[in-house]
Design a protein around this ligand. Structure first.
Ligand code: FAD
Length: 405
């Protein structure tokens, strides 16, 4: 008698939520559950901009996978997935193969540089705890080198953030809090630090409420951020970036640090495995299965869901990944019961809050506009809620955000 084997790839919002939901609802003598993740810890992807700026320590952004899974019910494998051989129902990893009957792909996103020359090589992106750590250490090393060098290279103190979407703005919000501290540590005149936000679109946070956007822009400008809107980045090199001005002209901006926060794609494993996809995001069926694959679900940043109202994809969010995990759990249980009628996923967008550092934010929640402290408190409630939904009270108590004064 062979148990049915469910394999979940990725212990982020989508994957870990699916795992903890399944372990509650499934008897182990019926089913084997396997979770595969690159690291032995889960990280809060939505907090990575804080780790990158250095306003939150790495260990505050992570918790061990084994602290939330029931090891009697779930086998955890720490490995990097390289490919899925769908015909053989096997997952390839850096340490060997794992077979499956049902698969849930929740491997998250990677940076999308749209083929812009030099960005992959010379710009950082905020995509994992390791990537965040590299950004934080790089900025700090620029400041420390500047302090110690005889012939001062002023551009070391220039930081460029490519993209004025949510990730770019949230990172800038942290950065403006961090810079005064770095200047104090390395005895640097803060006026020498330059922070640019370069955005190709005609607006900051395109599509978001204009009054709230104005609030965010004024907040960041007051703290030293210079916005270059309608300015596409054309390339990057070790010295900085090249931006387009008008139709033909380009201009160089020298910088010690360039962070690319303007594009996200799904995991490259999607492409490697031959799924039909758009930037490694698979347009899944309503029940969240990959078209043509009855036993494979794809959720989170690797999936693409169309917002029928505007006929455009929903931006990938933790909110959607967590909601998809619930639907996938129910659909897996239905399949195990041999049912054919699966639940369709319908996102329930409760709102969006964009932080501006630890104590300020803008957002729309349940249709209501928020800015300043109420928005910031709401952001912490949302952050704690995500922790709670996967890790329960003990995880909230250990990692939650309670500094609301
Ligand atoms: P993730 O939660 O990113 O998890 C993917 C997991 O897979 C990770 O644990 C990773 O280590 C693992 N993994 C990846 N590749 C492999 C591999 N090859 N092998 C094994 N394991 C692998 N969304 C919101 O809703 N609200 C916000 O305020 C918000 N803010 C954000 C701020 C930042 C800085 C960023 C980067 C994103 C933000 N998002 C926000 C988006 C949100 O974080 C993502 O949409 C969400 O994390 C997607 O969930 P997921 O389960 O698909 O992937």
């Amino acid at each position: 008698f062979l148990k049915t084997k469910i394999v979940i790839l990725g212990a982020g919002y989508g994957g870990l939520m699916t795992t903890v939901r399944l372990q509650k609802k499934i008897r182990t003598d019926e089913v084997e559950i396997v979770l595969i993740n690159k690291n032995n810890y889960h990280y809060e992807t939505t907090w990575l901009h804080e780790a990158a700026a250095g306003t939150l320590r790495d260990d505050q952004v992570t918790y061990p996978v084994k602290s939330v899974i029931d090891v009697k019910k779930v086998a955890f494998i720490q490995a990097s997935v390289t490919k899925i051989a769908t015909a053989e129902k096997k997952v390839m990893t850096n340490i060997g193969e794992v077979s499956y009957d049902y698969l849930v792909i929740a491997l998250g996103g990677e940076s999308e540089t749209f083929g812009i020359k030099g960005l992959k090589e010379y710009a950082f992106s905020i995509t994992s705890v390791d990537a965040a750590k590299r950004i934080r250490e790089h900025i700090e090393s620029q400041f420390s080198t500047y302090q110690n060098e005889a012939l001062k290279k002023e551009e070391r103190l220039t930081i460029i953030v490519g993209g004025a979407g949510f990730t770019g703005i949230e990172f800038l919000g942290e950065l403006v809090n961090r810079i005064p501290k770095l200047c104090k540590t390395y005895e640097i005149d803060q006026n020498k630090v330059k922070i640019y936000c370069v955005e190709a679109a005609k607006a900051v946070l395109p599509g978001f409420d204009p009054e709230l956007v104005e609030y965010a822009v004024a907040y960041l400008e007051k703290r030293g951020v210079e916005f270059k809107i309608g300015t596409p980045i054309k390339g990057a090199d070790p010295e900085g970036i090249l931006v387009g001005i008008g139709e033909e002209e380009t201009q160089e901006i020298k910088a010690g640090t360039v962070i690319w926060a303007a594009g996200i794609r799904g995991s490259s494993v999607i492409e490697e495995s031959g799924f039909e996809a758009n930037r490694c995001r698979v347009k899944v069926d309503p029940d969240l299965r990959a078209p043509g694959h009855e036993n494979i679900f794809i959720i989170g940043d690797c999936s693409l869901i169309i917002n029928e109202e505007i006929n455009r994809p929903y931006p990938p969010t933790a909110q959607i990944a967590l909601q998809q995990a619930d639907v996938v759990t129910n659909n897996l249980l239905a399949l195990l019961r041999q049912e054919t009628n699966l639940t369709a996923f319908k996102p329930d967008i409760k709102g969006t809050v964009c932080s501006l550092g630890e104590r300020d934010a803008i957002g729309i929640v349940f249709g209501k506009k928020l800015k300043g402290k109420p928005a910031s408190v709401m952001k912490k409630v949302i952050d704690n809620r995500a922790l709670f939904s996967i890790g329960g009270t003990s995880t909230v108590l250990k990692k939650g955000k309670f500094n609301i004064l």
